[in-house]
Design a protein around this ligand. Structure first.
Ligand SMILES: Nc1nc2c(c(=O)[nH]1)N[C@H]1C(S)=C(S)[C@@H](COP(=O)(O)OP(=O)(O)OC[C@H]3O[C@@H](n4cnc5c(=O)[nH]c(N)nc54)[C@H](O)[C@@H]3O)O[C@H]1N2
Ligand SMILES: Nc1nc2c(c(=O)[nH]1)N[C@H]1C(S)=C(S)[C@@H](COP(=O)(O)OP(=O)(O)OC[C@H]3O[C@@H](n4cnc5c(=O)[nH]c(N)nc54)[C@H](O)[C@@H]3O)O[C@H]1N2
Ligand code: SF4
Ligand SMILES: [Mo]
Length: 695
């Protein structure tokens, strides 16, 4: 196939163009976009991408249906009905920008710039659109800062205490692993190329173990599925350490050379014997011993630490604890051994050059994004204007009833920049249309593999939509910001991000090379032998930094917080065909996913008189939603699992975050989506024929 490489692609009506998947997914696939008569007709994987090798997920195969969805926003809008109702009228960009700048200037004069707050996440992983011009703008404005904690904050901080930052195994090496543990990750849906690599390893004799609270697609694919009670994984890891030390399977030489605190750890884990750990985790004692022996003897052993298990009250400590395991047996020295929680540290770009913290005069207050509802309802002095981009907090944030009550405040001036009139946008005063990533220039690096990529526009902007970079440039102009920082082009921004002597992995990598080669691997050095970025330079099994913060210095199991007496722990994770709430409003993807389900254990269901296919009401003091029961043995008793961040179609109550707590995790101010309790009751009997239990 001929890949067209003549710029600019967007002006060419026919051809095949290289592209990158912009979604918040570790795989960051290389794509080939086929155009005919100026329109995208097909999206497929690029076989020449060294890691993703031409395979892509079903949801992005159907991405064009989202890009050309008739519901997509074409023009700026202003609200003409009550907040939340979704009644809007077309306005021009000039009017939109003048309205926003006028309102913000008045707010700044009267209440100061901290009365304005951005709210954003990674609806698009392009770095200059999510951590570039936008940050410059809000720094210069002096806005309230947003702590971006909704995704992996707790686990990343926990991992950092042990390993010094987001540094793990090169996933390409994991093909050499002989034991692969998928721990709290639904990789078949959320990291499919780790599964593809594991499949190759399996052909060479590797065993795959999945540890999860749900027999999901990944658990079904694994050789051995270990169901565990939610929030107890740290105890399981400590139980494994107990057996490893007790049976002399530790690697003494590695521990001495590369870790601190192994003697303290050895003494500390004596209390976590298999029987005690079984009582906590629900994993039979003999399985704990079997798993530990397997981990101690089948090498290289690789652990893929997921994001799910850190969305708990104790999520930071849980990840910190699991991250200690590879050190006990010295897996880090073996090709393919070790662990990945995230690999973002290896490929980090020059963030200061992009975000320009120097443009901010003085320090502003900050708000944890997991507490948006509280911030809008309770903060004093109040947030008087909210600017939302790359995110859909009315659906994805914890305690959405509080978030929506905050968004409904009449005196709150809300601007939403998105491709669609999302549930959040329905509350906006002004809605701005956003380009899709295929209409933009941006720079990408994955938080799993080690490749850098750039995206050049493949199609023209849809209607009057604009990229984040361009929108913030225009907002800066409307606000009268004259710094050169707001005149930089996309190319300038990418060059500034790449120019980063602090990260030797970027040495010699230029925009021209990225353009020419499409996929450039960062020059990442192996972690060992070497010095980590922990205070001691070693793996910290004992952490003085944690001690100073009042946290247990050794890995420890701490139970979830008390969340009331309702019978079920509720685990509302992502699903296969959406990407968080993205695609939940696109017909094709909704059809693929069918309906939102609640997985219940058959014994619980029998006690409650619930049958497979029944509509159930799920509730707690925070809210309620209605889902379809899937009854079986896929979850342990006392656990209720749902999948997907569904849009609230008229007449439905599908928004699972109505139920999730806005408490903060033990570390990093992380979200605790999975540590809430709910009650479940039958609402309506199963409609005839509604019997399928497929995932
Ligand atoms: N298809 C698809 N892919 C995605 C996403 C999506 O929405 N859809 N989202 C993207 C994003 S932003 C992220 S952060 C990642 C998230 O993807 P993952 O890292 O896979 O994390 P989750 O899917 O949140 O949770 C993973 C698993 O953790 C399990 N789990 C929950 N609590 C516990 C526990 O206490 N112990 C154990 N052992 N397991 C537990 C859940 O049952 C779930 O199967 O995926 C990315 N990729
Ligand atoms: N119950 C529960 N809740 C969760 C999770 C869970 O597992 N369970 N997962 C959490 C996690 S890990 C995450 S990361 C968050 C994710 O939450 P969000 O970051 O809000 O992710 P999305 O729901 O995908 O929404 C992204 C929005 O950005 C828009 N967008 C895409 N590209 C652009 C662009 O270039 N410019 C602009 N302006 N907008 C754009 C999309 O159209 C979409 O509406 O959700 C969290 N919420
Ligand atoms: S969502 Fe993930 S798996 Fe799907 S195409 Fe994008 S990067 Fe690849
Ligand atoms: Mo995430």
């Amino acid at each position: 196939m001929k890949i067209d490489a003549i710029q600019p692609y967007a002006k060419q009506s026919d051809g095949v163009f290289r592209s990158v998947c912009s979604l918040d997914c570790p795989d960051q696939c290389g794509l080939l976009v086929h155009k005919k008569d100026g329109k995208i007709v097909k999206i497929e994987g690029d076989p020449s991408h060294p890691v993703t090798q031409g395979a892509i997920c079903n949801k992005v195969r159907h991405l064009a249906e989202r890009i050309y969805d008739p519901k997509r926003l074409r023009y700026p809008l202003k609200r003409v009905g009550p907040k939340g109702e979704g009644k809007f009228e077309r306005i021009s960009w000039d009017e939109a920008l003048a309205t926003i700048a006028g309102r913000w200037k008045r707010l700044i004069a009267e209440y100061g710039p901290e009365s304005i707050m951005p709210y954003s996440f990674y609806g698009n992983m392009g770095r200059i659109g999510t951590e570039g011009m936008d940050r410059r703008f809000f720094n210069r404005l002096g806005a309230t800062e947003l702590e971006q904690t909704i995704c992996e904050a707790a686990g990343s901080e926990g991992y950092k205490y042990t390993m010094g930052g987001s540094f793990g195994t090169d996933p390409e090496d994991t093909v050499h692993a002989k034991l692969i543990v998928m721990w709290g990750i639904n990789a078949v849906s959320t990291n499919m190329h780790q599964v593809a690599i594991a499949e190759k390893a399996r052909k060479n004799g590797a065993t795959v173990v999945a540890i999860d609270v749900h027999r999901n697609r990944t658990a079904r694919w694994a050789d051995w599925f270990i169901p565990i009670r939610p929030g107890t994984d740290a105890a399981l890891a400590l139980g494994m350490m107990h057996v490893l030390f007790a049976e002399g399977m530790e690697n003494e030489a590695f521990l001495r050379e590369y870790t601190v605190g192994h003697e303290e750890l050895r003494a500390h884990v004596r209390q976590y014997d298999p029987v005690t750990v079984s009582g906590i985790t629900g994993v039979p004692a003999e399985d704990i011993v079997r798993l530990a022996r397997m981990y101690g003897s089948v090498t290289p052993a690789f652990i893929r630490i997921g994001n799910g298990l850190q969305h708990h009250d104790n999520g930071g400590m849980c990840v910190r604890t699991i991250a200690c395991l590879p050190a006990i047996t010295g897996q880090w020295l073996l090709k393919g051994g070790g662990a990945i929680k995230g690999n973002g540290g290896h490929v980090s770009h020059n963030a200061a050059a992009l975000t320009r913290p120097d443009l901010r005069r003085g320090k502003a207050r900050s708000v944890n994004m997991n507490r948006l509802g509280r911030a809008l309802l309770e903060l004093d002095p109040p947030i008087r204007s909210l600017y939302v981009y790359n995110s859909n907090p009315a659906v994805v944030a914890p305690e959405t009833n509080k978030v929506r009550a905050g968004l409904a405040r009449e005196d709150l001036f809300t601007v939403v920049h998105d491709l669609f009139l999302t549930e959040t946008a329905a509350y906006a005063d002004i809605v701005l249309p956003a380009t899709s990533s295929l209409e933009n220039t941006d720079f990408y690096h994955s938080y799993w593999h080690h490749y850098l990529q750039i995206q050049e526009p493949v199609i023209e902007p849809y209607g009057e939509s604009k990229s984040n970079v361009e929108t913030f440039r225009l907002l800066a102009e409307a606000m009268g910001f004259e710094e050169q920082a707001f005149k930089d082009t996309e190319e300038d921004l990418i060059r500034q991000a790449l120019d980063y002597p602090d990260n030797p992995a970027y040495e010699g990598i230029t925009l021209e090379e990225l353009r020419e080669k499409s996929y450039v691997k960062a020059k990442v050095k192996p972690l060992f032998p070497g010095k980590l970025r922990t205070p001691s330079g070693k793996i910290e099994l004992y952490s003085k930094a944690m001690e100073r913060k009042g946290l247990p210095p050794l890995p420890t199991y701490t139970p979830l917080k008390d969340d009331g007496d309702l019978p079920f722990l509720f685990i509302p994770g992502p699903n296969h065909n959406f990407l968080n709430s993205t695609f939940s409003n696109n017909e094709k993807h909704v059809k693929l996913e069918k309906e939102p389900k609640l997985f219940l254990n058959a014994d619980d269901a029998a006690r409650l008189g619930i049958e497979d296919g029944d509509t159930v009401r799920v509730w707690n003091e925070r809210g309620e939603c209605e889902l379809t029961a899937s009854v079986g043995r896929d979850v342990l008793p006392g656990v209720a699992v749902s999948q997907g961040l569904w849009a609230d179609a008229p007449g439905t109550k599908r928004s699972v975050n109505a139920l999730t707590p806005d408490r903060l995790a033990d570390m990093g101010g992380g979200a605790v989506f999975f540590s809430g309790r709910v009650g479940v009751e039958k609402k309506a009997a199963s409609a005839a024929g509604k019997k399928e239990t497929a995932l």
